[in-house]
Design a protein around this ligand. Structure first.
Ligand code: 1HA
Length: 270
């Protein structure tokens, strides 16, 4: 597979292959732990994925065969957050979690090794997870002085159930790819050498299907869990669709032509 660079960054690679974008956390020396800079770069890449209509599916992964992502880089952990070059403590990975969840396109976590701490949360919030046999999942928060009681807990619980989510967070154990599959945290496990080909195959399949259907399914599945913000996304898409109709066009046209709108041709379906 010939990935072509979209934009170059210091901590990630951002590449494209026939409508599939791939974001690779590229800090293998620290098991692909992220710093505020890594996260800012990921955030920009996801923004580009949202804007570009030639991108259909996004793959998130880590460099090498050891780690997907080991969470926040402990060397950068300060008081109040992870501290980047500007000296400001941030927990900006939370923004990326939201971006993944709100992106109107499928996001696949391609888990190539350890998905630990904030790294496991990133994999959790992706729409689909494909893991290699050597992948290992887990949370460490209570052991290392952190916790993600947001999507990292509540969305996790909606996937694996309350008991299992409490076990994962309270005991800080590590789980094999097979165990993760069993608890529904991953969709498929494959040998490492087949990981990328399988991920691209899954992406390709979705690429052939109706983008709007996939988008509405993603937001419908989100909506139940996301309350008014979930409805906001769903409603926004309804408005987008509505603007594609003659009925909505007539309203705007009538205003500009300073006449009463004529909705008599609008269907009133049962
Ligand atoms: O909880 C949050 C947040 C909560 C709310 C809002 C935002 C949040 C943002 C982030 C986080 C967190 O992610 S907290 C949890 C942080 N992560 C961890 O506790 C995982 C720490 N790492 C490990 O447990 C292990 O390294 C590992 C299971 C991933 C891999 O083990 P392995 O293969 O035995 O490698 P190891 O020797 O431990 O690590 C290789 C090198 O990578 C080491 O450096 P070296 O001794 O070669 O100099 C190690 O220090 C480094 N490394 C690994 N993970 C991290 C790391 N360096 C900094 N930060 C790391 N997370």
């Amino acid at each position: 597979i010939e990935w072509k660079p979209i934009k170059s960054y210091s901590d990630i690679r951002f590449e494209l292959y026939e409508g599939i974008a791939k974001i690779t956390i590229n800090r293998p020396q620290v098991r692909n732990a992220f710093t505020p800079v890594t996260v800012a770069e990921m955030s920009e890449a996801f923004r580009i994925c949202r804007e570009r209509s030639d991108i259909a599916v996004v793959v998130l992964t880590g460099e090498g065969d050891k780690a997907f992502c080991s969470g926040g880089d402990m060397h950068f952990k300060g008081r109040g957050g992870y501290v980047g070059p500007d000296g400001v403590p941030r927990l900006n990975v939370l923004d990326v979690q939201k971006q993944i969840r709100c992106l109107p396109k499928p996001v696949i976590a391609m888990v190539n090794g350890y998905a630990i701490g904030g790294g496991n949360v990133l994999a959790t919030v992706c729409d689909l997870t494909i893991a290699s046999e050597n992948a290992i999942f887990g949370q460490t928060g209570p052991k290392v002085g952190s916790f993600d009681a947001g999507l990292g807990a509540s969305y996790l619980a909606s996937i694996v159930g309350q008991k299992k989510a409490r076990e994962i967070w309270f005991l800080c154990r590590q789980y094999s790819a097979a165990e993760a599959l069993e608890m529904g945290l991953v969709n498929k496990v494959v040998p490492f050498k087949e990981l990328e080909a399988t991920t691209v195959e899954w992406a390709r399949r979705m690429q052939q299907y109706s983008p709007l259907a996939l988008r509405f399914l993603k937001f419908g599945l989100n909506a139940e869990l996301d309350g008014q913000l979930g409805l906001q996304q769903f409603a926004g898409d309804m408005t987008m669709l509505y603007y594609m109709t003659d009925e909505a066009q007539e309203g705007g046209k009538a205003f500009l032509e300073k006449r009463a709108p004529d909705f008599s041709k609008s269907p009133r379906l049962p």
